[in-house]
Design a binder for this molecule. Structure first.
Ligand SMILES: [Zn+2]
Length: 228
């Protein structure tokens, strides 16, 4: 009898980036696998009073019904853009037959699911959820130094599937990942600007309005670099 897994941590994107950092030295992600759940749908998620029950439902289906040992994915992106933990990042995912790299060498793909049915005519991948999916893909690719060719949609590994959904264009998704990489500012550069330029200016400012403006600019930099 498998013990019920009752708790899954929920992260903002910035929190998840912090969570990922120690894993760079512990696991080598070889690819990024992008999935949509199809079911649960966004409507299912919106209706659920306790959102964690949606994640637990997937865990139960994958771990017990399918006998995959745990929830299939490393992370789940909900319709509000939050990232939920999945199986251990140190374990290979249950992503697609022939692509999971299940040996215990700590080299395997990173797999995430986006909650929703993204087939044409059903639900839309958009807003905060799309933003988190693009940012997460870009972040994993940057941290594990993966080229775009190692970003795979489920349907590329199993042509019988539409996953992550027939309305999600691979080309458009990759373009967003590339564009985000260009505008993304990493935290150390942002903090360098704050400490080298903004902080002296703040101390030199003679009015409250000047100080407030410098404070606002610093926070904009922190936001742009995923720190707020
Ligand atoms: Zn899939």
């Amino acid at each position: 009898m498998v013990v019920e897994r009752k708790y899954f941590q929920r992260f903002t994107f910035a929190e998840y980036v912090e969570y990922l950092k120690p894993f760079v030295s512990k696991v080598k992600f070889s690819q990024i696998h992008v999935h949509g759940t199809w079911k649960p749908t966004i409507v299912d998620y919106r209706r659920a009073a306790d959102k964690m029950k949606i994640i637990q439902g997937m865990w139960r289906f994958h771990a017990i019904t399918q006998n995959w040992g745990d929830i299939a994915q490393h992370a789940t992106i909900d319709p509000d853009g939050y990232i939920w933990e999945g199986r251990s990042l140190l374990e290979a995912p249950a992503s697609a037959v022939g692509y999971n790299d299940p040996d215990p060498d700590r080299i395997h793909p990173f797999m995430f699911e986006m909650i929703g049915n993204f087939d044409v005519g059903a639900e839309k991948l958009e807003g905060a959820q799309l933003a988190s999916a693009v940012k997460l893909t870009s972040q994993i690719a940057a941290m594990w130094k993966l080229p775009d060719s190692q970003i795979l949609f489920h349907r590329e590994m199993n042509p019988a599937k539409t996953c992550p959904g027939s309305s999600v264009s691979k080309a458009a998704f990759l373009e967003l990942v590339r564009d985000w990489r260009d505008v993304d500012m990493n935290a150390s550069d942002a903090n360098k600007i704050i400490s080298t330029w903004l902080s002296p200016a703040w101390f030199a400012a003679t009015t409250k309005a000047e100080k407030d403006e410098i404070h606002r600019l610093a926070n904009e930099l922190r936001k742009a670099s995923g720190q707020l």
